[in-house]
Design a protein around this ligand. Structure first.
Ligand SMILES: Nc1ncnc2c1ncn2[C@@H]1O[C@H](COP(=O)(O)OP(=O)(O)OP(=O)(O)O)[C@@H](O)[C@H]1O
Ligand SMILES: [Mg+2]
Length: 282
């Protein structure tokens, strides 16, 4: 049985944005004998604190590249990124990315993984925080388990608990549920929305799955194929829990698909390439 997420909490939409991406361009440099790879062009996004934003786009368009630039793992060729008003110049322990392939340590227990970054607090506080997030992600009873003893979905829960325990300003997620089966993904989405509502974190979530984006996000940023520009930034005007059969849901999906030059209603059409405008019209 899928637990639906509860009603959305109001988010803080004033003051300094959590993330500000200003005129970001990215070219990967020449390799011997080959051309530079232009990946991102003129990307501008502003994410208020507490917002849940999904970035969608075709495979290879530059979603991971954009996330890596925002998280400070890559330097943009041009433009700047500010997180909580501070210019990003490199990785920072306050910025945690949850990747599809996972980054928790297989040789540590669930508890040890969740508490990994918590060396600056007292032992009692560490225990409290660890248990709080293990309970939140639904892993109570598995505190002493090693990762090999967990399913893929459970391992992703450990990832989320570990990231939250570090109390990041923004949670960055790159296709974190991509390797999970349909049912587990569905449950993980519902749980992530519940956790987001409890924690009031800003989330930037990359996915190539348009349905996943509409189920999760306050707003969806739609990237074109490479070199990637923003085709559309769309608010999802659906209250939570979301009715996946509502006409608004289907309409939202149509608009995003249309922005990518596709349609499910008339069969899958070829991409519009560079001919569609910012509203997604081909
Ligand atoms: N370190 C790198 N050096 C050179 N080119 C790179 C590098 N990283 C990514 N690229 C290129 O940049 C483009 C975008 O890659 P990226 O991984 O950001 O795409 P993506 O949208 O995340 O794709 P997917 O949906 O398949 O994960 C690709 O053409 C890729 O080959
Ligand atoms: Mg990627």
């Amino acid at each position: 049985m899928i637990e639906p997420p509860t009603q959305s909490l109001p988010t803080e939409r004033t003051g300094t944005p959590a993330v500000l991406v200003r005129d970001v361009w990215m070219d990967f440099p020449h390799k011997q004998g080959s051309q530079a790879t232009p990946v991102l062009e003129q990307i501008n996004v502003e994410i208020p604190r507490g917002e849940f934003v999904c970035v969608v786009g075709p495979s290879g368009c530059g979603k991971t590249t954009l996330l890596n630039i925002i998280a400070g793992f890559l330097k943009a060729s041009r433009g700047e990124v500010l997180v909580e008003g501070e210019s990003v110049h490199g990785p920072d322990p306050r910025r945690i990315v949850i990747f599809q392939e996972g980054s928790v340590f297989p040789w540590l227990t669930v508890s040890a993984n969740v508490g990994f970054g918590l060396n600056h607090v007292s032992a009692a506080e560490r225990e409290r925080v660890i248990q709080h997030y293990i309970d939140m992600v639904g892993l109570t009873g598995f505190e002493s388990a090693y990762l090999r003893q967990l399913s893929g979905g459970m391992r992703q829960r450990v990832e989320i608990a570990r990231a939250l325990a570090a109390n990041p300003e923004v949670l960055y997620m790159d296709e974190p549920f991509g390797a999970l089966d349909y049912f587990t993904r569905f449950k993980m989405r519902a749980d992530l929305v519940r956790i987001w509502q409890q924690e009031k974190k800003t989330i930037l979530f990359v996915t190539h799955d348009i349905d996943e984006a509409i189920q999760l996000a306050d707003r969806v940023v739609v990237l074109s194929s490479r070199p990637s520009t923003i085709r559309l930034i769309m608010s999802v005007p659906l209250p939570r829990p979301r009715d996946l059969n509502s006409p608004i849901y289907l309409e939202t999906r149509d608009r995003i698909l249309n922005a990518l030059g596709m349609s499910l209603r008339n069969g899958i059409n070829a991409s519009c390439g560079s001919h569609s405008d910012a509203s997604g019209n081909c």
